[in-house]
Design a protein around this ligand. Structure first.
Ligand SMILES: *[C@@H]1O[C@H](CO)[C@@H](O)[C@H](O)[C@H]1NC(C)=O
Ligand SMILES: *[C@@H]1O[C@H](CO)[C@@H](O)[C@H](O)[C@H]1NC(C)=O
Length: 818
């Protein structure tokens, strides 16, 4: 600088500046371009120039311009860059002098360099990056880099443009130094979710002609702000879950999305139900949104669930949705049988359709799983009727009979229609109570028992037994005799029945000869109310016992009048002397008689037919044989033990009656030789008894005479009777015995009782009247067979016993005194 100043001073001092020329040329002219005709402009001649050795003098030896002396013009010697020469100086000029020698002359030349638009605006960096939060507010400013244009003036930087301009606008601020600050201003909110990256182009333009420009890329990354709430994919979700699903079963998955990124989109799910117990049953996975079960669900408790779900991001924004869960029924409940009313006992006469039990059935399941049908076991007289709404009545279907079945186990089985079906059952025990509807039934339709005669009174004969199908009191039987009579006597005097046991006792001793059998009825009656009864006929057969000795009907010998059979001495062998006739009132074997010679004067002369009692001669009668023959014939029955009677048969062997008489005068004496001592004592005893009897009789008579002065004269008949050979007795049988079907009637007349009503009938038969003194044989018969003096058989009973139906009537007229 100081140099310049010095040079300028020197020039001035010289004061030799003769002229001045100015030129203006644009920069960047090609080398050799003409700047100006200096010779002309300065008024110099070429020769002078050449002669003066004209040359350019510049202070800083800048040789942008050269001088062509020959042509007298200034030419561009070097590229002239205005920007390099003058930078931002608006006026840029080259000043130099042209110096001539001989004489020295100075000419001043000023070449002004004008700008041409040769520089485009440019940015230092060709891109800029911004990170702007999407939440940046409108009006936010972002400073941009300025562009540079080396040109000046109009050619210099003129303006900026930004593209696109959706969100940002440019704002230029003039600085004090004339530069402009370039700012980008947010005009419209950013949305990362819509546009995360933006590229803008900032263009700087100059004012030159043509215009030139430079660009810079602006990258904007929109940073996320938590400006988006999560959003569930559906406002309401639906899911179905079957009941009894195990814990952990995933029911549904809810999903929410969040348009934000990163943390702002990190979501967590939760259940917000508060009042119900949903949170005890369901769980939602915080991250995945899977809703799962934490415990079993029971359709019967809840059929639906509504779960309120919340999704929230980290920024606290939320969304909610509903999850509606329908629980599907599973057939997991058995039908429940409830007995509403029940009778344990029903009477067997209950009418049909009597309600026994009312049952209610419930099944907690729904649909088919809850439809229940009930049945009862077959073959019982009950049916189950479905009234309504799962109410069933068990009613009787037919008549009941306790005797057939006294209790029923009724199983009610109920099953639902689920698959598989569930069922349950209950068993009712129903007792049938008794009604007295069964009469007693005897074990047999009739009874027959036999009893041996002469039983002891009170002997139990047999037992009747009846059964009653009813129960307890209705089956408690008692036995009794039906009123009836046997031979005019009430049957109760024959037998009695034990009321409890049905044992039949004989009340009295039976006599076969009097009563062979009798019938009566026994009734059995139960204890019901009213009682039922039935009766059975009982037949009692009395069995014979050999209690009667044979009774000799012929011949009857008496001590007084001796009857003798006559046998002519001329009789042949086998001559029928007589026939001993005996009967036995017993029957069967007990009446089967046999005859034997017990004692005989001459055993060799007579024999007795064993069965027919015929006495026949065995040999020819000779003169040596005694006239008086005496046979003692023993008549024996076949009973066990046997009973017997003896009869004395006197036989006179003579041809004429006087001969017999003479002999028989001492027959009785002779007879005594045969009698043993027993006979003697017997007679003696009888005499004593007779004496005592007569004494008593006299005593009684005298007492009676004393009392009733007008006493009756006792009819005293001394008519004895001898048995008469019955007309129907036949010895054609050859046995000499009466068949047991033959009975005979004995009529007795007593003077004191006047009850000989049979005498009239008896009188129609032949009666042999014998000498009353001849009682010897009869007495003997009495003592042996013991009929008439039985202690409990008074004479009239004995009399009656013989008055049964008879084919042969024999009347015995006995003396009133024995
Ligand atoms: C009923 O059941 C009871 C007890 O189970 C049993 O003792 C009885 O014999 C049964 N009755 C019938 C008639 O089956
Ligand atoms: C005995 O039973 C029969 C039927 O077996 C009956 O006809 C009769 O009347 C009954 N007699 C009495 C007295 O009850």
């Amino acid at each position: 600088m100081n140099g310049q100043v010095l040079l300028f001073v020197c020039l001035c001092a010289l004061d030799a500046v003769l002229g001045q020329a100015s030129y203006s040329i644009p920069e960047e002219m090609t080398r050799g371009s003409l700047v100006g005709n200096i010779a002309q402009d300065l008024g110099l001649e070429i020769r002078r120039l050449i002669a003066g050795k004209a040359k350019i003098y510049s202070r800083n030896n800048e040789e942008y311009i050269e001088l062509s002396r020959e042509k007298g013009v200034l030419l561009v010697k070097e590229r002239i860059d205005r920007e390099a020469l003058c930078a931002h100086t608006a006026l840029c000029a080259l000043q130099f002098r042209i110096i001539l020698e001989n004489p020295i002359e100075f000419y001043s030349v000023n070449v002004q360099i004008t700008d041409i638009n040769d520089n485009a605006p440019s940015f230092e960096k060709n891109e800029m990056k911004f990170k702007i939060s999407e939440s940046a507010i409108i009006g936010a400013k972002f400073v941009l880099e300025r562009a540079v244009d080396f040109d000046v003036g109009n050619n210099g930087l003129n303006n900026y443009e930004l593209n696109p301009t959706d969100h940002f606008a440019l704002k230029l601020q003039n600085n004090a130094d004339g530069n402009k600050n370039v700012e980008m201003v947010l005009q419209k909110p950013l949305d990362r979710e819509r546009e995360e990256q933006m590229s803008l182009v900032l263009t700087a333009v100059d004012g030159g002609e043509p215009r030139m420009s430079g660009t810079m890329l602006i990258h904007i990354t929109v940073l996320d702000a938590n400006d988006n709430a999560p959003i569930f994919t559906q406002p309401t979700y639906k899911a179905i879950v079957t009941e009894n699903s195990p814990a952990g079963t995933i029911v549904a998955t809810v999903t929410a999305s969040d348009a934000d990124t990163d943390l702002n989109s990190k979501m967590s799910y939760s259940i917000t139900n508060t009042l119900d117990n949903v949170r005890k049953i369901f769980n939602v996975n915080k991250e995945s949104g899977q809703v799962s079960l934490i415990q079993n669900i029971d359709f019967e408790k809840s059929k639906h669930f509504q779960i309120n779900l919340l999704a929230s991001d980290d920024g606290g924004l939320t969304d909610s949705c509903k999850l509606i869960i329908d629980v599907q029924d599973v057939n997991d409940n058995k039908p429940e049988i409830n007995i509403m009313s029940k009778s344990n006992v029903i009477s067997e006469d209950a009418e049909i359709n009597t309600v026994v039990t009312v049952i209610n059935v419930e099944d907690l399941d729904s649909g088919d799983n809850g439809i229940v049908k009930c049945f009862i076991n077959d073959n019982i007289p009950f049916i189950l009727t479905n009234s309504e709404n799962n109410f069933y009545s068990l009613v009787t279907d037919s008549e009941l009979d306790r005797e057939r079945s006294s209790e029923y186990n009724i199983t009610v089985m109920c099953s639902d229609e689920g698959v598989p079906s569930l069922s349950s059952s209950v068993t009712l025990t129903l007792h049938i109570s008794d009604v007295n509807d069964n009469a007693p039934v005897f074990e047999r339709s009739s009874y027959e028992a036999s009893i041996v005669e002469n039983n002891t009174p009170g002997l139990s004969v047999f037992t009747v037994k009846a059964r009653d199908a009813d129960w307890n009191q209705n089956a408690r039987l008692s036995y009794m005799l039906e009123d009836s009579s046997v031979n005019g006597v009430p049957v109760s005097s024959y037998v009695s029945v034990s009321a409890d046991s049905g044992v039949i006792h004989a009340v009295r001793s039976f006599d076969y000869e009097h009563l062979k059998e009798f019938n009566f009825r026994v009734r059995a009656q139960d204890g019901g109310s009213p009682p039922l009864s039935s009766n059975v006929s009982v037949r009692v057969i009395i069995q014979d016992q050999n209690d009667n000795a044979p009774q000799v009907l012929y011949p009857v010998l008496t001590g007084g009048s001796v009857l003798a059979e006559m046998v002519p001495r001329s009789a042949d062998v086998g001559y029928l002397v007589t026939k001993v006739v005996a009967v036995d009132v017993d029957s069967g074997q007990n009446a089967w008689l046999s005859y034997k010679v017990h004692k005989a004067t001459d055993r060799a002369l007579f024999e007795v037919g064993l069965h027919n009692g015929e006495i026949r001669t065995v040999r020819q009668v000779t003169d040596k044989d005694a006239v008086k023959q005496r046979l003692s014939v023993l008549v024996e029955d076949n009973g066990q033990p046997s009973r017997s009677a003896t009869v004395i048969v006197n036989v006179a062997v003579a041809d004429s009656f006087p001969e017999v008489l003479s002999e028989f005068t001492d027959f009785s004496m002779h007879d005594k030789e045969y009698n043993d001592k027993l006979t003697f004592y017997l007679v003696l005893a009888l005499a004593v008894v007779s004496f005592l009897f007569i004494t008593c009789l006299l005593l009684i008579i005298s007492v009676k005479v004393y009392r009733w002065r007008q006493s009756r004269v006792l009819y005293h008949s001394n008519l004895p009777v001898i048995p008469y050979y019955p007309p129907r007795y036949s010895d054609t049988l050859g046995t000499g015995t009466l068949q047991h079907v033959y009975n005979y009637e004995v009529c007795r007349t007593t003077d004191s009782r006047k009850s000989d009503f049979k005498l009239d009938r008896a009188a129609s038969h032949n009666v042999l009247v014998m000498d009353p003194s001849s009682t010897g044989t009869m007495q003997k018969i009495h003592s042996e067979r013991n009929i008439l003096d039985e202690p409990d058989s008074p004479l009239e009973v004995s009399h009656l016993r013989f008055v049964s139906s008879s084919a042969v009537n024999i009347c015995l007229v006995m003396p009133g005194s024995l």
